[in-house]
Each structure stands twice: as C-alpha cells, then as structure tokens.
Design a protein around this ligand. Sequence first.
Ligand code: NZQ
Ligand code: ZN
Length: 383
Amino acid sequence: MTTFDNFNYYNPTRIIFGKDTIGSLSTLIPKDKRVLFIYGGGSIKNNGVYTQVSEAMKEHTCFEFSGVEANPHFETLNKAVQLVRENNIDFILAVGGGSVIDGAKYVAAAALYDGDGWDILEWKHIVKKALPIGAVLTLPATGSESNGGSVITKAETHEKRFFKSEAVYPVFAIMNYTVMTTLSDRQLANGMVDTFVHTTEQYLTFPTDGMVQEGYAEALLRNVAALAKDWENRRTESWQKNLMWTSNQALNGLIGLGVPQDWATHMIGHELTAIYGLDHGQTLAIILPAVLRQMRLQKSKKLLKMGRNVFGLEGAALTEENTINKIEELFRSIGVKLTLTEYGIKADVEAVVNALKSHGMTALGETGAITPDVSACILQRAL
Ligand code: NZQ
Ligand code: ZN
C-alpha cells in the first residue's frame, strides 16, 4: 500500500451551478473591465447562450472573438492575443467547451508575454501571470472550467501540447446544464469517456491509503457507469446535470492529491488527435484499454479493486481482464469505438512514437515504465 504524499491544494474558481445562471455575468465581471468574449464555431448561437451572454454583458465594454476550433489552434488564438493588445482588454470571457476555455487560457497568458507564444507550450516560458478569465461551460468533459490546464494545437506542425499554471484558473465558472440540450450524442459520449479516463488516470495505479482520493474516484467512476447504463435518459435534466458535475469533479485536482498518477492514455491520445484528427474522447477510448492490458501486472491490485468497487465483479469473475472488458463494454454501450481501424485509420505506429519522443514523452505511467518501446506495444494493441 502506497501512502499518499504531502500536497498543496489550490483551486480558486467560484462555481455557479444550475439553471438561469448566465445572467449573473453582469455582476461577476466588474463593470470597469474591458472584456474579450471568446467563443467557438457558433453552437452558442443555436441554444440561446449567445443571446443570454450578450444580454448580461450589455453594460460592459465587450469585444468578441469567434471561431476557436475544437482542439484550438495556436494560429487562431494569436489573432485574439493581438485583439487584446490593440484594445487594452483586461478580462477574458470564455463561452464554450474545453477548447474555447483552453484557448482563452492561452490568450490570457500570451497577452502578457512578449516572446513567441509557443514558448508557453514548450515550457520555455513558465506562466506566472495572466489576464483574469471567466468561463461559461457548454460541454462537460475536460474540467478546464476549474483547473489550470490548457491544451493547444499548432496546426502548421500538427503538434498538440499543454501547459499548466495557477495564473489561468478561471475566476468563475458558470455551469448551466440546460445548455447541454444541443449537444450531439457524440459529444455527450466523448464527455463521458473523458471524465472516466481523467478519473482512472488518477486512480488506476497502485492502491493507496488516501481514503478520500480512492473513495471519491470510485464514486465518480460509478457515476459514469450509472449514466452509461441510463444512456436512454441522456436527454433528461437529471442525467445532464449529473454528467456536468461529475466531469468537473474528475479534473479539478482533488482526486489526484498526493497519489500516483498515470497520464499515458492522454499523452498518446493527444498525438493521435494531432496526427489523425480524432476527437479527444475517441482517442482515449482506444488507448485506455490498450494501456491497461499492457500494464496489467503493474496495475493488477487496482484493476481488481476497481472491478469490485465500480463494476460489482466478485468471485471467479473478479479478474483484471474482466475489469478491462467492463470498461470496453461501457464505452461501446454509448456508441464509442475501440480501435483505430474502426475509424478507418491505418496508423503509423513509428510516426506516433516519434512524436511522443520529440515531445519528451519517453517515461510515461506511474513509474515511468512506459518507454517509447512500450508505447509502441500499446499502439499495436490499439490498431
Ligand atoms: O465550436 P462550437 O460551435 O462551440 O462547437 C463545439 C465543438 O464543435 C461543440 N459544442 C460545445 N458546446 C456545445 C456544442 N455543440 C452543441 N451544443 C453545445 N452546448 O462541441 C464540439 C467540441 O467542443 P470542444 O470544446 O472541442 O470539446 P471538449 O470540451 O471535449 O474539449 C476538448 C479539448 O480540451 C482538451 C482536449 O485535448 C481538446 O483540445 N483538454 C483539456 C483539458 C484541460 N484543460 O484540463 C484536459 C482534457 O484532458 C483535454 O485534453
Ligand atoms: Zn481529457
């Protein structure tokens, strides 16, 4: 049993959860702020969110920047950085899913940095200051609305990199689950997979004595399993509000405090999105089972604990392989594919491994045992 380490927990984001909450923007952002309202490809114009935000912001000096892509592009975001500088913007309002919120974090940090913004994603510039950010979440998945992470893609080179900083935690996150009605099944399923995988990456390592971290992670995993079982009710308010809250809790830092973590699935998945354009959630459903089978011995105790406490396996049925099968069944039950071939992708394992190497991802997993050779084995299993 691993004992959990000391930790230093900081999460300054105010959460405003529920119906009829977007109007509170008018008081959450001080009236003397010059605001840049950033959003994506236009989904907010189909579900009333754009109108609600505009109404709430009518007494503010507010500029707009639209067109932030899914897997937000560095090149696009730099245009927003320019807008911030030209108009003395001092508050960034992100309205969208993880991509818009991550994009806003980059803009907020890059606007206060004189060098090349890509330095932030290469960790050559460590972000210590950023403009304040507010978030209105429209897609539960990433937890970006109350964490300090951001993932940005350089379209020119097909590179997807991340940075983290305490300076980019949103000041507030409005989580109005009624905006989820316009999400497609594909996005709902992606959000469920992302939530599930964020939780496993902070849980499926070694057993620890962290009763809060272990127990809470299992509760979140059981939630996702229950929502998958209840997929036919995914258009109900109760289902949607529970997904929104569960997604947020899975990556706000709490369940990972002081415990071993394994982000291999995300790191390999990011390369697949960068090279083949798969959705973030789709890559995770392909890679997680492959990581678990590859690392089955190292993760044995935890796979059995999860099998018992999350999926209710017992007796002879309680095996590592059955736990992994249950995870795959869960993904399949919400319509998510499990191999690259199913997406019509003939992946070049060597190219993906080379991308991992060039990004320094050469010792992944809770013990650093996932070397490039091991990543190649994982990718072979995912073909
Ligand atoms: O661009 P719009 O028109 O808004 O459409 C989006 C987009 O096409 C649409 N959408 C969002 N809300 C909607 C909606 N459509 C209808 N109704 C709504 N209410 O959904 C599409 C996908 O949106 P996106 O923001 O890309 O999805 P998600 O929230 O899954 O974010 C994925 C990005 O977050 C990164 C991923 O790598 C990826 O780039 N991640 C960020 C993390 C973090 N900051 O902590 C951690 C995650 O592991 C993840 O890596
Ligand atoms: Zn994720």
